[in-house]
Design a protein around this ligand. Structure first.
Ligand SMILES: Nc1ncnc2c1ncn2[C@@H]1O[C@H](COP(=O)(O)OP(=O)(O)OP(=O)(O)O)[C@@H](O)[C@H]1O
Length: 610
């Protein structure tokens, strides 16, 4: 954690230049808005253009009204004209209100669409990335920041469009004020710029703080999840962890609160000073206009128009500049989203990738394969060589951490060897089409996922395209013995499983395993791998399941991982791993005759059952 904080702090030192350069994210973001809905984007701009010209028009009609009233007082005015002007101003005010409502409506719809489409793009991209990337904490920080952007960016969209509207308003008002008194524009700039610089500085600080706290925020989320979730509630109660978790959460969240509080106080103090400067310049402008009116250079109507226009321009300019700072800041966050989209997987198809052999003729050959997890100091698999002939059932045995699961992940090309190679029918695994390979290698992991979906869907995930093929799902369930479990469910195959949603029913560990095993039968894979998905079954049930498995997939290749030697002995070949290396390999009979580690452990377990 300490190391991460230091790295984050370096990162946090973002400069003005970073913020300016982050503005280059605005055009791709605008394209994203346009792609979400061209029609709503056009409607939004059109409504905002109309709304932008209204303040100047309303102020000008106000000026005409005041001048007409003064003429009437002098006995020269026309009441009909006066009432027509009042009606016009009323009409304009009504239109302005309608336009504002229209804009919020279109903004809301557009931002929902953007948030949806960004989430979809994010999920699609995440699915293309490598497994090892998901296991890297820095990657998770990036993913977390990018994920926040999917919902947080709707604000940026409104800001950019509102900015466009405010600039048009400012130009229209500025044009009319310049016609009367160009000095007012100078005063305006003086009133607003210092405040803008100050705001920008603090936005920068806030961004740095938020960014440097990403790892801690993840920790906070994790603690919140630990403290209140269905999956952790059991252990939290049994071990009495509630205070430990909440205290840790409270300490960390308060640390952030204090840092943020200090920043907010400094920001408020400086903000007050600069808004004072703004007021001084407004009253300076007011005095200037009053003097001109007293000198008879402008009418009283023009006085009200200029004072109103000045006030309005000051507000608009202030909003524009502050918003520019927020847009710059948000564009920095946007960088996180686009950064995430730039992460590319390294396990990809090479040029002219080969189709997966159908059927596999020779089998798999490991040639001096080593694998080291990123950041790990030792090899999980080291200089491993062996052959898995096509159609063979291979059992992997070894103590916890011996490298069995890692070997399976290498076979499924979820990882690539750090050294050596894996051949399939004489070609490196890397030469085959990745999608083909994934289709032909089915793995059920020990930590298989319990989808909070229906029983049918939980089986169909083995081949999701066949979700609609009931016979195939039911046949797989029969083979894995899940059919008996499902027959006992009130909703049958449509019964929602798990604990998360209303109406769902949870299964026992062993029942879940039978459901997960059915996924293996759904797959028409040429190599099926079962990585201890039966550990929750009793020894007899596991034996039956594996016996059925080996019979039912006759002719296909399989890799089975189990700690139970009664199961392991059913395999044609047994590979005994120790510290990622091959210790012994051969058939059960051959290994027993060898009288080595396998024979020793086999006898030990057999004794336990006597
Ligand atoms: N994602 C990972 N990142 C870093 N190291 C890992 C990762 N997964 C496993 N390891 C390490 O690699 C080694 C081999 O782990 P592996 O999961 O392959 O063992 P295994 O034989 O399947 O163990 P078990 O019988 O407990 O399932 C272990 O030392 C483990 O700590």
């Amino acid at each position: 954690m300490g190391k991460q904080r230091a790295g984050a702090a370096e990162n946090a030192d973002k400069t003005w230049r970073d913020q300016l350069s982050a503005l280059r994210n605005i055009p791709p973001f605008l394209r994203l808005i346009w792609r979400a809905s061209p029609r709503l984007t056009v409607a939004n701009i059109a409504l905002r253009l109309l709304e932008a010209s209204l303040p100047a028009a309303i102020l000008y009609v106000g000026k005409l009204i005041v001048d007409e009233v003064l003429l009437l007082l002098d006995g020269a005015g026309d009441t009909t004209v006066l009432w027509q002007l009042v009606a016009l101003e009323f009409g304009l005010a009504l239109v302005s209100d309608l336009l504002s409502r229209g804009i919020s409506l279109v903004d809301g719809l557009l931002s929902d669409l953007i948030s949806n489409s960004t989430s979809v793009e994010l999920m699609r991209h995440a699915a293309t990335l490598d497994l090892y990337q998901f296991e890297n904490p820095e990657f998770y920080d990036k993913l977390e920041r990018a994920r926040q952007q999917t919902t947080g960016r709707s604000l940026l969209m409104s800001q950019i469009l509102a900015q466009f509207q405010s600039i048009v308003t400012l130009l229209v008002l500025g044009g009319s004020v310049i016609a009367f008194n160009p000095w007012l524009i100078l005063l305006l700039v003086f009133a607003v710029i210092p405040g803008f610089i100050q705001e920008n500085y603090f936005n920068q600080q806030k961004y740095s703080l938020t960014r440097s706290w990403t790892p801690e925020r993840r920790e906070l989320d994790y603690l919140r999840y630990l403290g209140a979730s269905d999956t952790t509630a059991k252990e939290v109660k049994i071990f009495g962890l509630a205070d430990f978790i909440t205290d840790r959460f409270a300490a960390l969240s308060m640390k952030y609160f204090y840092l943020n509080r200090d920043l907010s106080i400094r920001r408020a103090g400086w903000g007050a000073l600069f808004s004072g400067i703004g007021s001084v310049s407004y009253y300076g402008a007011y005095v200037l206009i009053l003097l001109q009116t007293i000198d008879g250079l402008i009418t009283v109507g023009t006085l009200t128009f200029l004072a109103g226009a000045f006030r309005r321009m000051q507000q608009s300019l202030q909003t524009i500049l502050l918003r520019a700072a927020t847009i710059g800041e948000n564009a920095l966050y946007l960088q996180d989203l686009f950064d995430f989209f730039e992460i590319t997987p390294s396990i990809v198809d090479g040029p002219n990738a080969l189709p997966f052999p159908s059927p596999v003729r020779e089998g798999w050959v490991f040639e001096g394969v080593s694998f080291q997890y990123p950041g790990a100091e030792t090899f999980a698999i080291e200089d491993l060589s062996f052959t898995l002939p096509a159609g063979t059932k291979l059992a992997l045995v070894g103590e916890n951490g011996a490298g069995k699961t890692t070997l399976v992940k290498l076979l499924a090309r979820l990882y690539e060897p750090s050294a050596g190679r894996i051949l399939l029918d004489g070609h490196d695994l890397r030469e085959y089409r990745l999608a083909d390979l994934r289709d032909n290698v089915g793995v059920i992991f020990q930590d298989f996922f319990r989808y909070q979906l229906s029983a049918r869907e939980n089986i169909a995930v083995g081949r999701i395209n066949d979700l609609g093929v009931a016979e195939r799902i039911e046949d797989s369930a029969r083979k894995s013995l899940a059919a008996e479990v499902i027959a006992g469910l009130p909703g049958g195959y449509d019964q929602l499983l798990g604990r998360r949603f209303a109406g769902a029913l949870d299964l026992s560990g062993g029942q879940w395993q039978k459901v997960a095993l059915a996924r293996a039968y759904m797959r028409d894979a040429q190599l099926l791998i079962l990585d201890e998905p039966t550990a929750a079954l009793d020894a007899r049930a596991e034996y039956e399941v594996f016996q059925r498995f080996t019979e039912l997939i006759a002719g296909k290749s399989a890799v089975i991982i189990s700690h139970r030697f009664s199961t392991v002995r059913m395999a044609d070949l047994i590979l005994f791993l120790e510290y990622g290396r091959r210790l012994e390999m051969g058939s059960h009979e051959a290994l027993m005759a060898l009288d080595g580690r396998y024979a020793e452990l086999f006898k030990l377990q057999a004794k336990g059952y006597q």
